[in-house]
Design a protein around this ligand. Structure first.
Ligand code: PRP
Ligand code: URA
Length: 209
């Protein structure tokens, strides 16, 4: 699928396996989510534009590449996406942060919006949406809809684990969005949880269950 990248780096796969483990506690879970986000962000930001700037080394003056004008916004889908914000701001400290609050109805599994605040001029920024889980795809499609309604054009979506249904739904709804997946899992269960997955990402990051 064009614009879909499923990652296979062994460091990433090792960390995702640790994340899945029911015995991984909140503290380690948070650290792993952040580290995985850094590894994924490194790849997802591979096409950031650079421009040559003049730098004086102890030896001579040279022209050398630095990240150029295009501004970045990282947009977590609340709650679980919050765990991946620091991954992107570690890589690009000047990134602005937007927030989209969505929760899934436990019966219908459809997303409900409760918050949306994006950086100004979102249309002039590269928007990196982060959410560890892409299950039915409802939340991801709604998040990208919000960003586009507010002028966003250049959008990337990063998730740690995806189900095939959700990946297909997001890609079909927004084929222009570049999607980065840490691991593509088997399927969804009757409660629309990813199998084998890692359980409820928000609860595991925030220790709420
Ligand atoms: C989780 C997850 C995604 C969504 C994925 O959030 O972080 O946002 O479910 O499911 P979908 O692809 O079927 O929409 P949840 O709604 O559980 O909210 P939380 O992060 O606040 O726990
Ligand atoms: N949200 C989660 O946190 N986990 C799943 O498996 C599906 C949706």
């Amino acid at each position: 699928m064009e614009n879909v990248m499923i990652m296979d780096h062994p460091l990433l796969q090792h960390k995702i396996s640790k994340l899945r483990d029911i015995n991984t506690g909140t503290n380690e879970f948070r650290k792993l989510v952040e580290e995985i986000g850094i590894l994924m962000g490194y790849e997802a930001l591979r096409d950031l534009p650079t421009e040559d700037v003049e730098v004086t080394t102890p030896i001579e003056t040279c022209m050398t590449p630095m990240i150029s004008g295009k501004k970045l916004a990282v947009i977590p889908v609340l709650r679980a996406g919050l765990g991946m914000v620091s991954s992107i701001t570690t890589l690009v400290p000047s990134a602005k942060v937007g927030h989209i609050g969505l929760y899934r109805d436990p019966e219908t599994h459809e997303p409900h919006e409760y918050y949306c605040k994006l950086p100004e001029n979102i249309g002039e920024r590269i928007a990196v949406v982060v959410d560890p889980m892409l299950a039915t795809g409802g939340s991801a499609v709604a998040a990208v809809d919000f960003i586009k309604q507010r002028g966003g054009k250049n959008i990337k979506f990063m998730c740690i684990i995806a189900a095939p249904d959700g990946l297909e739904r997001l890609h079909n709804a927004h084929p222009d969005v570049q999607i980065y997946v840490g691991h593509l899992d088997r399927c969804l269960n009757e409660n629309a949880y990813i199998m084998p997955g890692l359980g409820d990402a928000g609860d595991r990051i925030f220790g709420t269950k």
